[in-house]
Design a protein around this ligand. Structure first.
Ligand code: PGA
Length: 251
């Protein structure tokens, strides 16, 4: 049985004051014991969040990390080893906003993935198609290629210690959600792709769905056999809403 995970991606949101409020809200949540919970604050607030959530079983991750695992001369970047030192255990790799807006390509993402794992961070590899690609019937091909680039370079075994998030770009921050069946179809394809190389890894890896997940649609999504939880953007900025999504994963 895979343990469900619900992770909050705060993106580029927050001030010290609003983060303090969110930490307080999270602190009051009664968390179901069967769900892994994580938050990904902006890097600037990681220390504040790690300190503020001390004693609460919520993991902290970063939204991005450098291509090199160790600290060094790389202006503007944060090394995975520094994230570990700050108390992080996870890092997002290849979120569509970084692929599309920051121009991150598979080659760079593979390096980031490997550097993170080399430091003991769990990478959360984000994959997903654009609306244009979906309408052209290319969803499985696009997602398959994004996943394959990592498998080819690093081997399927790296997914024994990683998480995959399927996030259709057209569903992110738009209020449009993939239907449970649409999401399930892609999740099943991802798992089958991994299974073709290593069935144990495929059965063990957690596949999160992301894209306008809310308390109102979480139960149905998380009820699908290959959806093991969610990566939550907007709704994770509200502790009560995030808490309701976490409970949905616990059912
Ligand atoms: P959203 O974002 O929940 O606001 O759609 C999800 C994500 O980008 O991780």
């Amino acid at each position: 049985m895979r343990r469900p995970m619900v992770a909050g991606n705060w993106k580029m949101h927050g001030t010290r004051a609003s983060v303090a409020e969110l930490i307080e809200g999270l602190g009051h949540l009664a968390l179901p014991s069967g769900v892994d919970v994580a938050v990904f604050p902006p890097c600037l607030f990681i220390n504040q969040v790690v300190d503020g959530l001390e004693g609460k079983s919520i993991s902290v991750g970063a939204q991005n990390s450098a291509v090199e695992s160790k600290q060094g001369a790389l202006t503007g970047e944060v090394a995975p080893s520094q994230l570990v030192d700050a108390g992080c255990s996870l890092v997002l790799v290849g979120h569509s906003e970084r692929r599309q807006i920051m121009g991150e390509r598979d080659g760079m993402l593979i390096r980031k993935f490997a550097a993170a794992q080399a430091c003991g961070l769990t990478p959360v590899l984000c994959v997903g198609e654009t609306l244009e690609q979906r309408e052209a019937g290319q969803t499985l091909e696009v997602v398959g290629r994004q996943l394959d680039s990592v498998i080819e370079e690093l081997g399927v075994g790296v997914f024994a210690k990683a998480v995959i998030a399927y996030e259709p770009v057209w569903a992110i921050g738009t209020g449009l959600t993939a239907s449970p069946q649409q999401a399930q179809d892609v999740h099943a394809a991802i798992r089958a792709q991994l299974a073709a190389k290593n069935s144990e890894v495929a059965q063990g890896v957690r596949l999160l769905y992301g894209g306008s997940v809310k308390a109102a649609n979480a139960v149905e999504l998380f009820g699908m056999p290959d959806i093991d939880g969610g990566l939550i953007g907007g709704a994770s900025l509200n502790a009560d809403e995030f808490g309701a999504i976490i409970r949905a994963a616990g059912n």
